[in-house]
Design a protein around this ligand. Structure first.
Ligand SMILES: NC(=O)c1ccc[n+]([C@@H]2O[C@H](COP(=O)([O-])OP(=O)(O)OC[C@H]3O[C@@H](n4cnc5c(N)ncnc54)[C@H](O)[C@@H]3O)[C@@H](O)[C@H]2O)c1
Ligand SMILES: O=c1ccn([C@@H]2O[C@H](COP(=O)(O)OP(=O)(O)O[C@H]3O[C@H](CO)[C@@H](O)[C@H](O)[C@H]3O)[C@@H](O)[C@H]2O)c(=O)[nH]1
Length: 480
């Protein structure tokens, strides 16, 4: 029986291994982590992450061929294939601070693998890493190997949160990069055999190591670039009376461009896009390509501009001050169908409004009060370290309350900011909400989910990203 061990029981390690276990009954899968609470949660009825469909998959395999454990060394020692899916945060200090990937956790995992191994192993990079990381990992493993042979593969993950199970069941592609040697090819084939249990052969792509590593960064950069492109257009739409939804529909009808990933928004969030682009920028700079670095940096600059622009719209519409005004924040997660708040645009928007002394009442169906308070007090990039190594929040932000109902959040509020596109927000009783708000009552839709005409008919002053402006907003300065 093939034994797989995955180091890192997070958003990637957990769902990916659960699906491998489900699709490959003949493979034994152990997911290990240094975080005891995380592993306890994986072994309980309350999984540590919210992901549609995940519960059912885990319940079907857990205790049969899927195990969650903190006994990292034992499971690594017994495995034939070791996936490494640990954090690769942005460095906060030293060389490359604010851009380069921090490979501390990866390196410590690699050293541990070398220390405990008693048989040959395939080591798979599942974390997103800088191109050429495999070379460094190879050096660590071979220098400490005591004669044991390791083959390194790059097998980046392309799942998106909220649709992780769907994406894993039916991936556009699985990418496997390996050394172009007989041993390398054999290792690639062994991993291919695992995925071939459910992924059609023509969707399993094999490349050299560096292409696989770089393809992951490139794919995320291209995706984020589409969002920044449409968000840049949204500013021009507001200035000209065009409607960004109509523009992106018309643009996306071109089969060379395609319709997906063209929704204007308050900005992209999530643990990957910003981190991976910063990493790409750093690699370009290190390779003497400042123009290429500058090109990709612009994707992040436009994203920051979009978040600032949104805050400025809110403040300038409300007589240029939100001081002591109650603003309801609907949605805090970085997208719908996840409780994940890493790099969510809601953090920057809330901080911007708090900077103007607003009082915030926040509701998100999947995010806890504790998480919101931590996010609003944590330093940039601190979120991407294992939980027990993150600083605990020194303070509570007093002007913030968190509630468990959209009607409660909006009661007596002056304005509403919709920051996550949860389906339930589309069906709210906006007449009831309007009746219970201060007047004039404002809605700022950062996700373009409300029916602008209906809301205006109720009496709201509505701002919706990239849509023709309400007469109220036309003369308000809102350039970031
Ligand atoms: N979240 C996503 O949607 C996604 C998608 C594709 C790729 N990725 C990449 O996958 C990697 C992991 O991301 P994630 O979202 O799963 O992160 P995560 O923080 O949810 O999980 C990482 C886990 O690794 C554990 N860990 C860290 N060092 C360890 C060690 N030495 N031994 C054992 N466990 C250790 C942590 O405790 C944590 O539970 C990152 O490189 C990320 O860029 C993430
Ligand atoms: O048209 C769009 C599409 C997305 N977003 C926003 O972009 C962010 C990222 O969304 P999405 O890509 O769906 O979620 P992630 O889980 O961050 O997934 C991305 O990052 C992962 C980690 O690397 C990759 O594996 C995935 O392929 C890649 O889509 C979210 O804030 C979305 O709201 C928009 O604003 N407009």
């Amino acid at each position: 029986m093939v034994k797989i061990c995955c180091i890192g029981a997070g958003y990637v390690g957990g769902p990916t291994m659960a699906v491998i276990a489900l699709k490959c009954p003949s493979v034994e899968v152990a997911v290990v982590d240094i975080s005891v609470p995380r592993i306890n949660a994986w072994n309980s009825d309350q999984l540590p992450i919210y992901e549609p469909g995940l519960d059912a998959v885990v319940k079907q395999c857990r205790g049969k061929n899927l195990f969650f454990s903190t006994d990292v060394e034992k499971h690594v020692c017994e495995a034939d294939i070791v996936f490494v899916s640990v954090n690769t945060p942005t460095k906060t200090r030293g060389l490359g601070a604010g851009k380069a990937a921090d490979l501390t956790y990866w390196e410590s995992a690699a050293r541990m693998i070398a220390d405990v191994s008693k048989s040959d192993k395939i080591v798979v990079e599942k974390s997103t890493v800088p191109v050429k990381t495999a070379e460094a990992i190879e050096k660590i493993l071979t220098h400490n190997s005591k004669g044991i042979k390791f083959q390194i593969l790059s097998n980046p993950e392309f799942l998106a949160e909220g649709t992780a199970i769907q994406d894993l069941f039916n991936p556009d592609r699985v990418l496997i990069g390996g050394r172009e040697t007989p041993e390398g090819n054999k290792a690639v084939q062994a991993l291919k055999d695992v995925y071939a249990h459910w992924v059609p052969e023509d969707r399993i792509l094999t490349t050299n190591l560096w292409s696989a590593e770089l393809s992951k960064l490139a794919a995320n950069a291209f995706l984020a670039q589409r969002i920044s492109s449409v968000n840049a257009m949204s500013a021009l739409c507001e200035a000209t009376g065009a409607d960004v939804t109509q523009v992106s529909y018309a643009v996306g009808k071109d089969t060379r461009i395609g319709p997906k990933f063209l929704n204007a928004s308050v900005g992209f969030g999530g643990s990957c896009f910003q981190k991976d682009i910063l990493n790409l920028v750093y690699i370009c700079e290190c390779n003497g390509l400042p123009e290429v670095a500058e090109y990709w940096k612009q994707v992040i600059k436009i994203n920051d501009y979009q978040k600032n622009r949104f805050v400025n719209r809110v403040v300038s519409s409300m007589f240029n001050t939100v001081s002591n005004k109650k603003i309801a924040i609907l949605g805090f997660a970085f997208k719908k169908d996840t409780g994940d708040t890493r790099e969510t645009p809601a953090i920057d928007v809330c901080k911007g409004l708090l900077g103007d002394k607003a009082r915030l009442s926040i509701f998100d169906p999947q995010v806890t009060v504790d998480q919101i308070q931590r996010d609003l007090t944590m330093k940039k990039f601190d979120w991407d370290h294992p939980l027990h190594l993150q600083p605990t929040s020194p303070t509570i932000v007093k002007q913030v309350t968190c509630v468990w109902d959209a009607y409660e959040a909006t009661k007596d509020a002056h304005g509403i900011c919709i920051l996550t596109e949860w389906d339930e927000f589309k069906n709210l009783d906006f007449k009831r909400i309007y009746d219970n708000m201060q007047k004039p009552a404002f809605v700022f839709d950062g996700r373009n989910i409300v029916n602008v005409d209906q809301l205006r008919e109720i009496g709201f002053i509505v701002y919706s990203i990239g849509k023709p402006l309400d007469a109220w907003l036309k003369d308000m300065p809102a350039v970031a």
